[in-house]
Design a binder for this molecule. Structure first.
Ligand SMILES: [Zn+2]
Length: 248
């Protein structure tokens, strides 16, 4: 294969040998691939800056025996401010890890690329990293086709409304008050949290709903994501542990 020039986000990097790195790259053009950046762990290496997690760069790659080899890289978005804020950095690393788990090797997904790139930009400056993370997790679920049912009861089909709404992650949506009485494993959403979620799922821009509604929605969205991804991916346990350790 001839050398290629791709736009990519570094999802993960691990050390190799004395000074090299193995990168997991999410490229716009070729999807997820692995590449070796030789000497990139030396502080003086020209590749050092472009080969850190969350960085977006343009990579020149040559085909090696089993991996691609990075021959040149120019940073497009360093997202250097990210690492000044612990919570923002932890959220960004989790987001990259999540996308890494979700992607199959070599399958391009431009929508997901743009979603991830936008989320990392947002996290770099966000005053509310948990809320930014919630918006990303929700957008990811919509992009993957797991839109929760929020307007009618997932058990009996009746329209749902009220001051408190029960969300049932296993059912992929909400329950009416009468069905919620006999269900286990539901989480409560305030009316504001529920309305905010509906706006987001209709493709609208929702204002930050304030606490405690934001916290309720963050929790419900994450449970929704977990339910679907646990069924889809084999090794989510480590990922949820990582999220717990990083973000709480
Ligand atoms: Zn019902």
């Amino acid at each position: 294969m001839p050398p290629v020039n791709v736009q990519a986000i570094v999802l993960r990097r691990r050390p190799l040998g004395e000074a090299d790195k193995v990168l997991t790259l999410f490229t716009r053009e070729m999807g997820k691939i692995s590449a070796i950046a030789k000497g990139a762990r030396k502080p003086t290496s020209k590749l050092a800056g472009a080969t850190e997690t969350c960085v977006q760069a343009r990579f020149h790659l040559a085909q090696g025996k089993t991996f691609w080899i990075v021959t040149q890289a120019s940073v497009e978005r360093a997202r250097a401010r990210l690492h000044r804020l612990l919570m923002n950095a932890a959220s960004a690393i989790y987001v990259c890890e999540l996308v890494d788990r979700l992607l199959e090797e070599g399958v391009p997904d431009e929508d997901l690329f743009d979603l991830l790139s936008g989320a990392l930009d947002e996290l770099e400056t966000s005053d509310r990293p948990m809320w930014s993370l919630c918006l990303f997790e929700n957008a990811l679920m919509l992009q993957q086709g797991y839109t929760p049912v929020l307007d009618t009861c997932t058990r009996c089909g009746k329209p749902v409304d009220g001051e408190q709404i029960a969300f049932h992650p296993d059912a992929g949506g909400v329950l009416c008050a009468s069905c919620a009485r006999t269900a286990t494993g539901t989480v409560k959403l305030s009316r504001l949290a529920w309305l905010t979620w509906r706006v987001l799922n209709a493709g609208g821009q929702a204002d930050f709903p304030g606490e405690p509604s934001a916290g309720e929605l963050e929790h419900a969205v994450h449970l929704h994501l977990r339910y679907h991804l646990d069924r889809e991916m084999k090794s989510t346990q480590v990922l949820w542990q990582l999220r717990q350790e990083l973000i709480g």
